[in-house]
Design a protein around this ligand. Sequence first.
Ligand code: ADE
Ligand code: ZN
Length: 328
Amino acid sequence: MSLNELIRRIPKAELHIHIEGSLEPELMFEIARRNGITLRYRSVDALRRAYQFTDLQSFLDIYYEGAAVLRRERDFNEMTLAYLRRAAADNVRHAEIFFDPQTHTGRGIAFATVIDGISAALRAGPISSRLILCFLRHLSAESAMQTLEAALPYRDRIVAVGLDSAEVGNPPSKFAAVFARARQEGFLTVAHAGEEAGPSYIGEALALLRVSRIDHGVRCFEDPALVDDLVARRIPLTVCPLSNVKLGIFRSIQDHPLRMMLQRGIVATVNSDDPAYFGGYVVDNYLALASALGLQEAEVRTLARNSFEASFLPDEEKKAYLRDVERA
Ligand code: ADE
Ligand code: ZN
């Protein structure tokens, strides 16, 4: 089996995917038309051409604009099902999916509409999954707390809370009280950190938010003591290589530290982040790394294993998936 075939065939988990970032332009136009919304772009091609980003904020502006077509339960349902089917085609067997309720409640859409649409798709979908509620960090801690309270009736559908959106200037410390409350309520925690902001945000996420995983974390190498800590405590990083290049974190995949992470003993995983915007799903991310960094078979196997080990699945389910990885 060639390496590319192994990448396609090996069972994988995806742990860093924003469901709103999986909305492909074709489906966005269809939903917009159905909901009587006129997009700023005249065609699918024109929209795709606009996907040229200089940094995280330039992406977020377009991403929130795209998400505004989602109004009804059916819209959230179709978007989620489309992602699950596409992920399954990549042999992603399990997905832990972020959703951004404030993006929708801020436009007057009920929390119930969002989560009912998504969770019906998760129940019907072809792979196992968990849901992670992300707070938008550019909004206030009060808004995050209100969102947490709105989520409490749905706590059995949500495994963890996370933190996304504009990182610089919105450190984890801003959300310490919200995350403390979330942990009290039984949620696990994760946070985007060290994507665009420096390693101190990773340290804060660990110390103040008590996260089980760091999303991105690619700037960890700027603090060697932090790297020692990530390795010693086996804190997983959910890394998104195509995203990092599209948002200008690294100039090219050749410059990406993923391989260095594995060599250093970090529990790194490979994920797609916002695949509809960054030009690739999970397999595309693995293939890009393999060709640019010359990944070896053993490294691909480690990445697949890490993805299940870092998941929030119960141990027995993890073990079953890990056995499938060994057989591939
Ligand atoms: N929201 C969607 N994708 C994101 C990313 N890569 N970083 C921060 N917030 C996001
Ligand atoms: Zn992300």
